[in-house]
Design a protein around this ligand. Structure first.
Ligand SMILES: [Zn+2]
Length: 394
């Protein structure tokens, strides 16, 4: 029985949030429902949070959810399209829809951008928010964070939210209807948790940060072990475990780590790439997956870090196996000019960029060198083929 009546939670007031300061951390959604066909119960699940839901999503996702909501009595439902991106312009349009409908709960349905828009909209209008992911491409259904893009798809900034969603509904049947590519992207995005958290927070003495970094390592191991089978057998046990890893466990790492567990170069590279014109030819997690290789390459080139070389080659083998992008060409950016590549590198190296959480300084020129050499062989990385350290890697 899925139905539970919950007291409606309220956002912390800004004054209280600032009084609590460092001790205020949003770790997890208040409630998570995960099951086959959980969407068939979604109207009952939404009702405790409000009677006038505004459902925010993309065209495809809204079509998926609509049949589950049409026959429900007691809910005054309205639907709003978020547009191409979670941008200030689309948030303004959605804000108008909230006011017109007098919405008392926001339901986000779709991928990362739809869910980010729904979460930020709910925060700004002081409504509870329910997230319904329709793919396993990100952990946006879990996190207290929204990324804001320009209308052209260029990353602008992220907004930390005071709390995670009130309810997360994960329906495995719905996730299974998403293109296989979205799961692969989710695997890339979730993998980055380890490569970024271990660099930004690997030396932390804070209990919850240590827990987050260790969970990120376990998450990486689960993905390396189970992804190939999961992709080969959609709907199977491993597939479900990998979906849980990308949608839920990646969110756990972000929640436990909080602001102490920052993204580093992989996401900075992603942010830079979104400023190039074919940005929508690849998904968030695909760019991040490529960004992990760039980050490791930077550690090789600027620190002569042989462990990074080994990690990169371990990942290249894994990427080949499951089909994650290894180069700019794999991201559909083979025709990017030097000038545009420079723009992406400059954006990624801006003073407030997370790339500066690396323990060394990176210039746009050094970043460009790393971006075009992600598949560089072992011999080029200062590791002599045939040496004991080279044999560790495939
Ligand atoms: Zn991400």
């Amino acid at each position: 029985m899925l139905r539970t009546v919950l007291p409606m939670s309220k956002s912390l007031s800004p004054a209280l949030s600032s009084t609590l300061n460092g001790s205020c951390q949003a770790i997890a959604p208040q409630r998570i429902i995960r099951a086959e066909q959980s969407l068939s119960q979604c109207a009952d699940l939404i009702q405790p949070y409000g009677q006038r839901p505004l459902v925010v999503g993309g065209e495809h996702s809204l079509a998926v959810l609509q049949p589950y909501l049409t026959e429900v009595s007691g809910l005054e439902l309205s639907v709003a399209h978020y547009g191409d991106d979670c941008s200030e312009a689309s948030l303004k349009t959605l804000g108008g829809a909230v006011t017109r409908h007098q919405a008392d709960v926001i339901v986000g349905v779709g991928g990362g951008k739809a869910l980010d828009a729904a979460k930020l909209l709910a925060h700004r209008h002081h409504c509870p928010v329910i997230t319904i992911p329709t793919s396993a491409a990100t952990c946006a259904a879990w996190t207290a964070l929204s990324n804001v893009y320009s209308d052209a798809g260029a990353f602008q900034y992220d907004v930390g939210l005071p709390r995670c969603p009130d309810l997360l509904i994960l329906d495995y049947e719905v996730i299974q209807t998403a293109p296989q590519r979205t799961l692969m992207a989710g695997i890339g995005d979730a993998l980055a948790k380890w490569y970024e958290a271990s660099v930004s927070s690997g030396h932390s003495q804070e209990t919850l940060t240590i827990a987050a970094v260790q969970q990120a390592r376990v998450l990486r191991d689960i993905l390396l072990q189970k992804s190939a089978t999961a992709i080969a057998q959609p709907g199977g046990d491993e597939w479900r475990q990998v979906v849980d890893a990308t949608v839920l466990m990646a969110g756990v790492v972000g929640g436990l780590g909080g602001a102490q567990c920052r993204t580093v170069a992989a996401h900075a590279v992603h942010n830079g790439l979104t400023h190039l014109s074919p940005t929508r030819s690849s998904l968030h997690g695909e760019k991040v997956a490529y960004g992990i290789l760039v980050q490791l390459r930077l550690e090789e080139l600027l620190q002569n870090n042989h462990l990074a070389t080994q990690s990169r080659h371990q990942l290249l083998k894994f990427y080949r196996e499951i089909g994650l992008p290894m180069t700019l060409a794999d991201l559909g950016m083979e025709d990017v000019s030097l000038k545009h590549l420079q723009t992406a590198a400059q954006v990624a190296c801006q003073p407030d960029s997370d790339i500066h959480h690396l323990p060394f300084t990176v210039t746009p020129e050094q970043l460009m060198a790393a971006m075009v050499s992600t598949t560089s062989p072992m011999a080029d990385s200062g590791v002599i083929p045939g040496s004991p350290s080279a044999e560790v890697c495939p």
